[in-house]
Ligand binder design. Structure first.
Ligand SMILES: Cc1cc2nc3c(=O)[nH]c(=O)nc-3n(C[C@H](O)[C@H](O)[C@H](O)COP(=O)(O)OP(=O)(O)OC[C@H]3O[C@@H](n4cnc5c(N)ncnc54)[C@H](O)[C@@H]3O)c2cc1C
Length: 380
């Protein structure tokens, strides 16, 4: 299924996640912080720049390899996986839509992890309908003046640079904004249901002056092109992150069912417990295969990659929610406590059904793909 290089990379990612991330994930969740040393370690290992082209100092990896990394990080800690997701979305947006000078300046910094990126699209009044942003961008000479409030920005509290979407006369417009720009302020959002260590924040922009060279694509293409491309990649790594959650639920549930005794036998002997485990097992395999297919299509630049990525994210996120709910159930009261990681998986999986397109938005889009595919078949 995997090439020798991909299989070797998967083993290295797994070893790294088991050694450096998984043992600390519950503590990060509890503290609602990812320690800067962990972010530095990911950067120093070259993991944050893995998909950035080699000419900019990145790893130039294929989509399947990136997915394998997201899966292993997701198994260990969904917050850390979400760092990979948003950072690679920013690098992808700059690579795809930035001018030469912007790419030459920012891609090496993002590839090395010297600077961390976050994606600032959502606002209190604009979520699924990203084109409804009200943040304003006003032209002033060669610069843009940026005013507005972005909400729910993953790693917004610690990121160095943001891809921001604001509104111009031409429509939603994207540009790159450095954190130390005068007028930028962030405020941590605590006590989320999941990815609690992801330092999600409100980000405020008060009359920020942004150089015109920081524009990503033409004015008006901020959502359709820039966010569209970034979200497509984000969905792909979130889908794989959910494969990781499914694996983690299965590991925890098998271990627990193998050790907990009730009514004189291990609970794994009870058929209804076995049913939950068989559902989890099937879902984990199915989600992995869908994500692998999406990765292969992405690597071949196949036009079907978009629909395959949406299918994989939708299935993996909903399957992760089912698995996490069952994992908590198998753990009984222990599953309801913070002594066991399954409680974390449940909250994390819920977030996966909201971000990078909610499950409902994917359902709406997937039905459209189904109608289009069948309409095309009938004219052939
Ligand atoms: C932990 C976390 C991290 C996040 N990180 C980021 C980030 O880094 N950057 C960023 O920009 N945003 C981020 N977000 C915001 C996220 O992208 C939005 O929450 C998401 O787009 C959904 O928007 P909303 O929450 O406003 O829900 P709404 O859009 O208000 O939707 C509410 C409900 O209505 C449903 N709904 C809406 N429209 C339709 C429709 N057309 N058909 C059917 N159902 C529909 C939705 O599925 C949902 O169930 C994050 C959110 C969370 C919770």
């Amino acid at each position: 299924m995997l090439t020798a290089e991909q299989a070797q990379a998967a083993k290295e990612f797994r070893d790294f996640a088991d050694r450096e991330i998984a043992p600390h994930a519950d503590a990060y969740h509890e503290a609602q912080r990812t320690p800067p040393e962990t972010i530095r370690l990911l950067a120093d290992e070259g993991l944050l720049g893995l998909p950035v082209p080699e000419q900019y100092g990145g790893g130039g990896c294929d989509a399947v390899t990136l997915g394998l990394l997201a899966g292993e990080l997701g198994r260990a800690c969904s917050s850390v996986r979400s760092l990979l997701t948003v950072h690679t979305m920013v690098a992808h947006a700059v690579n795809r839509w930035g001018g030469r000078a912007l790419k030459d300046t920012w891609l090496p910094r993002l590839a090395s992890g010297e600077r961390i990126g976050a994606l600032a699209v959502s606002e209190p009044g604009a979520g699924s309908d990203a084109a409804g942003v009200t943040t304003t961008l006003t032209k002033d000479g060669d610069d843009w003046l940026l005013d507005g409030h972005k909400k729910w920005i993953t790693y917004g509290e610690s990121a160095d640079v943001f891809v921001v979407v604001g509104r111009t006369d031409a429509g939603p417009t994207a540009l790159l904004v450095e954190r130390d720009t005068p007028g930028v302020r962030t405020e941590l959002i605590e006590d989320l249901i999941g990815i609690r260590a992801s330092m999600t924040a409100n980000v405020y922009f008060d009359n920020c002056r942004i150089p015109g060279a920081n524009l990503l694509a033409r004015p008006g293409l901020g959502v359709s092109h820039v966010v569209g491309a970034a979200l497509d990649l984000g969905r792909y790594t979130v889908g794989w992150g959910c494969v990781g959650i499914l694996d983690a639920c299965l590991d925890a549930s098998v271990d627990y069912a193998n050790s907990r005794v009730q009514f004189g036998s291990l609970i794994k002997e009870h058929q209804l417990v076995r049913r939950m485990i068989s559902n989890m097992y099937t879902d984990a395999h199915a989600a992995r295969l869908l994500c692998l297919e999406a990765g292969r299509l992405r690597d071949r630049h196949d036009p079907g990659a978009l629909a395959a990525t949406s299918t994989a994210k939708y299935f993996a996120a909903t399957a992760a929610t089912r698995a996490a709910a069952d994992a908590v159930q198998i753990h009984g009261a222990n599953g309801c406590s913070s002594d066991y990681s399954v409680q974390r998986y449940l909250g994390d999986s819920r977030v996966m059904e909201v971000i990078e397109g909610s499950s409902q938005l994917h359902q709406v889009g997937l039905a459209e793909y189904a109608f289009q595919e069948r309409a095309l078949r009938s004219v052939r």
